[in-house]
Design a protein around this ligand. Structure first.
Ligand code: ADA
Length: 894
């Protein structure tokens, strides 16, 4: 602490050489947040030429200096709030807690910075609307590490050099506090083996001693620096994952979809948690009970008997009663049920759920994106809305203040959320870089500054006047590019492009999950027959206002029925218009740019990309509408009319290729086989527009060829390609007493259900299925034990229905391992009809030679035979259903 007398003498001496007022910043607390506030304010004033001194208590002001005092007056009901008031020689910043005092000081500092002087007559009072305002960073990578699977990334300098870069952390934390974020989530599958050592499981650690020490140091540094800025660090983990060395020691897998709880893994996990809490009692947890657990009952048990006791044991050993926050994700579990069991034993619980899935699609969420968060918010704990991976926004710049403000309002008003958990705008899996192809890679916090600012601004206060917001952002952008009113045009460009991806995905997409990368485009087969690609459950009903998808629109058009809500032609017209207005606006701004010119050029290029994309998509949809009309008219001229639209779409796609070829490294940052739409991302492939172009060119050629083929036939009827019947592969079934059945008419598929096959796709006719008990499947699940000497594919029939009696097909949206045996996509849609049951879609699981168990969860599912793994299944829709929708036209594109 400085001596106030020395200080006053210094001030008197200095006063002669400066016109600026002398300022003494006085604090009455040792709290590190208040210390940080004092430093921040001091710096701002010094930069402007003020004579500033720091003091620890308010002494009599003998020197006419301005006294700024920062104090904390505890008011538990108004967390993080502050009041700033002033008289002639004093400014008093009063926080309701240390964070409030910090925010008050930052508010004053911002105002001083903006006007270049200390404002007079202050009377400000403020506090945030949302109680938790957080951002996240993934300790995850674009690809799997060798010998490991999803989410398994030890904390090492090789994997994450940026994690050890303290300067980057400071920059990031400063960005957070400038935006008043108060929570930082670190996502990783199993962080414990990089951060704690257990006496009982010394072999579980997966980093060397030197790295372990570095990790301890960085974690300590990070939590302290975060705390100064009013930020909680929250460590995320998935369940149940164990470390690789632990798994090897015990001969088990690191993670499995239907993993049962065992005493060993429960003990290991619980002790890991306890040890972590003992080391970092101020770090909270974000818990994902999916994706590697068996049932909801297991989720409840795991949370209440392993995780929470693990935390409590740690606190008890430290003698601490202050519970760190535990945030429970609703992802792949029934969070309501889990919370109801957990709240009686732990108080500091929060819930979080995805805002619009793994995309940004709407500010009018409905169905599951409304009902689930709402139910969670009604539990009495705080609910946090998670803007998860932005799979439809990657990789272009996105920061529409209008869309973001409306989204935050929707979180509050529709979902009942009182917290925000924000993902990076794009390139989540590639932190800290963006996908821009620049000599020196751009960092996300630099490029996407506006993304963070906009969400934070509305999380602090969502109800702001739209006109004032336009002025506000015009100024902010105007400052960034030194372009005054040009800021307004850039804002228009952001807001117009900001509508394109949300509207297109919610109307034409297959999934809001990162299974789909929207901005790479979609194939015609996906537009005219999306169901073949397993449209994600509730996707269409949750992601926006009521509307019609293409196939329903076409059916109604044909029947002359009235349309409801948003329609495909309306949406494509809108997106084309958004693109056009955005281009006009960004071009208007061009001549006014006075700063950050290179970044402006990149932004402009993104606007052109969005425009080309909107046009590409619109032309494709026009083609798709005609193709779907042909489904009803059987008139080949409909197809002929579609062809030029498809050609046009290709022209726009070519433009997109030109715009991105040298400016982007990739479109999507998750570069694994988990990416399925428009096409697999296996081994880092198909991630650029240039790579996709030949596929779209081929699509057009095939379509034209098929039109010619149809024209050469007299009938003009749909001519499906003939497929050959698969030869059965040799497999020994090891389950005791199970029978097999031939895939032929009249055969019974269950031992205890009389339903019989009515019709089956031609290529399956030589195969035999395995007959299980319907009842046991529903109650216990299915385990197929078998041995094979050659690589094989097992064909598994999933029922296409929403009935709770059936097993859900592999779903990448809630199970990132759902493609580990190539099982993520439908191979043959509508392949079999079994009256009394439901339409059957065929999926396949590949197995190398050996003895195996295929473990499927509870619910009806059919094992329909074994074929050689080399057999290349022609993905198609066999159309065997009893419904009118059965007839499909996607074959025209294969
Ligand atoms: C899906 C998605 C993953 C991850 C996960 C989650 O499985 O494919 O990338 O985002 O959800 O944790 O929500």
């Amino acid at each position: 602490m400085r001596n106030i007398l020395v200080l006053l003498v210094t001030l008197i001496l200095l006063s002669s050489c400066s016109e600026k007022q002398q300022v003494i910043i006085v604090v009455d607390s040792e709290n590190s947040r208040i210390g940080f506030a004092q430093e921040k304010l001091e710096k701002t004033l010094l930069d402007l030429g003020y004579q500033v001194s720091l003091a620890s208590a308010n002494e009599e002001n003998t020197n006419d200096a301005l006294i700024i005092s920062i104090t904390e007056k505890l008011d538990k009901t108004n967390k993080e709030g502050f009041k700033i008031s002033s008289t002639k020689n004093t400014i008093t910043i009063e926080g309701t807690d240390a964070s409030g005092a910090l925010y008050g000081a930052l508010e004053l500092s911002d105002r001083v910075e903006a006007s270049g002087e200390i404002p007079l007559n202050l009377n400000i009072q403020d506090k945030p609307e949302m109680v938790l305002r957080g951002t996240c960073i993934g300790l995850q990578k674009t690809e799997y590490l060798p010998g490991r699977t999803v989410y398994e990334y030890p904390y090492t300098p090789e994997n994450f050099p940026w994690f050890y870069d303290k300067a980057h952390w400071i920059e990031y934390l400063d960005m957070m506090v400038e935006n008043r974020f108060n929570t930082l989530y670190l996502w990783n599958g199993h962080p414990f083996a990089s951060l704690v050592k257990l006496d009982d499981y010394p072999y579980a650690v997966e980093v060397d001693d030197e790295t372990f020490k570095k990790n301890e140091e960085v974690f300590k540094f990070l939590t302290e620096e975060a705390n100064k800025r009013g930020i909680w660090v929250i460590q995320m983990f998935y369940n149940i994952i164990v470390s690789k060395p632990f798994a090897e020691e015990h001969g088990i897998k690191t993670q499995e979809r239907s993993r049962p709880i065992t005493p060993l893994i429960a003990d290991y996990t619980q002790k890991s948690i306890t040890e972590f809490i003992k080391k970092y009692p101020n770090v909270g947890f974000l818990v994902t009970l999916g994706e590697a657990m068996h049932t909801i009952d297991d989720d409840v048990e795991w949370f209440t008997k392993t995780i929470i006791p693990g935390v409590k044991n740690g606190l008890e050993e430290l003698g601490i009663t202050n519970e760190p926050p535990i945030v429970l994700r609703g992802h792949d579990t029934d969070a309501k049920q889990v919370m109801e069991a957990a709240l009686p034993i732990y108080k500091n619980l929060y819930t979080t759920f995805k805002y619009n899935g793994e995309s940004l699609t709407t500010y009018q969420p409905r169905d599951a994106w409304e009902s689930i968060p709402k139910a969670l918010s009604e539990l009495g704990s705080v609910h946090i809305s998670n803007v998860h991976i932005l799979a439809n926004l990657e990789p272009f710049r996105y920061s529409s203040p209008d869309f973001i403000q409306k989204s935050v309002k929707a979180m509050r008003d529709i979902q009942g959320a009182n917290g925000l958990h924000l993902y990076p705008q794009s390139s989540y899996w590639d932190w800290p870089y963006t996908a821009d192809n620049t000599t020196e890679r751009l960092k996300q916090i630099d490029r996407d500054w506006m993304w963070y600012q906009a969400w934070a601004r509305y999380a602090w206060k969502s109800q702001r006047d739209r006109g004032e917001e336009v002025d506000y952002w015009t100024d902010v952008i105007g400052d960034y590019y030194n372009c005054d009113e040009g800021g307004k045009d850039i804002l228009v460009a952001y807001e117009e492009t900001g509508e394109i991806a949300p509207k297109l995905l919610r109307t034409f997409g297959i999934s809001d999950g990162n299974r789909q990368t929207l901005l790479l485009g979609m194939f015609m087969g996906q537009l005219v027959n999306p169901y073949k690609y397993h449209v994600y459950k509730n996707f269409l009903s949750s992601n926006g206002p009521i509307g019609e998808i293409l196939i329903d629109y076409a059916a109604k058009e044909w029947k002359g029925e009235p349309h409801v809500g948003e329609t495909p032609p309306q949406i494509i017209e809108e997106v084309v218009n958004h693109g056009k207005l955005a281009v006009e606006a960004i071009e208007r701004a061009t001549s006014s740019i006075g700063k950050n010119n290179e970044e402006f050029e990149r932004l402009k290029n993104d606007v052109y990309c969005y425009n080309a994309f909107a046009n590409f998509f619109a032309e494709k949809v026009k083609a798709a509408m005609l193709v779907l009309q042909y489904k009803y008219s059987n008139d080949i001229t409909d197809l002929e009319k579609a062809s030029p639209y498809l050609e046009n779409s290709l022209k726009y796609y070519n433009e997109l290729v030109g715009l991105t070829k040298y400016t982007y490294l990739y479109a999507n940052s998750m570069q694994t086989a988990q990416r399925r739409i428009p096409i697999t991302g296996r081994d880092g492939t198909n991630k650029t527009w240039e790579e996709l172009l030949p596929h779209y060119q081929k699509e057009l050629e095939v379509f034209k060829r098929n039109i010619e083929m149809l024209k050469s036939k007299d009938s003009g009827n749909i001519e499906e390609k003939k497929v050959k019947a698969y030869e059965p592969a040799q497999v020994t079934i090891l389950n005791k007493g199970v029978k097999q059945f031939k895939l032929q008419k009249g055969q019974q598929v269950y031992s205890d259900n009389t339903a019989k096959i009515e019709e089956v796709a031609d290529e399956l006719k030589k195969l035999s299925g395995v007959q299980f008990s319907d009842e046991l499947q529903r109650e216990e699940g299915t385990v197929l034990k078998f041995k094979n000497d050659q690589p094989i594919k097992i064909l598994v029939g999933y029922f296409n229905t929403n009935s709770y009696t059936v097993l859900e097909p592999p779903t990448l949206e809630t199970n990132a391992q759902a493609n580990n045996r190539g099982q993520a996509d439908i191979k043959i849609a509508n392949a079999m009809l079994v009256p009394g049951l439901y339409p059957v879609n065929i999926y396949s699981y590949s197995y190398e030679p050996g003895q195996h168990e295929l473990v499927l969860g509870k619910g009806r599912v059919l094992i329909l035979g074994f074929i050689d793994d080399k057999e290349n299944i022609l993905i198609h829709d066999a159309g065997i259903t009893d419904s009118e929708a059965g007839k499909t036209v996607d074959w025209l594109f294969y």
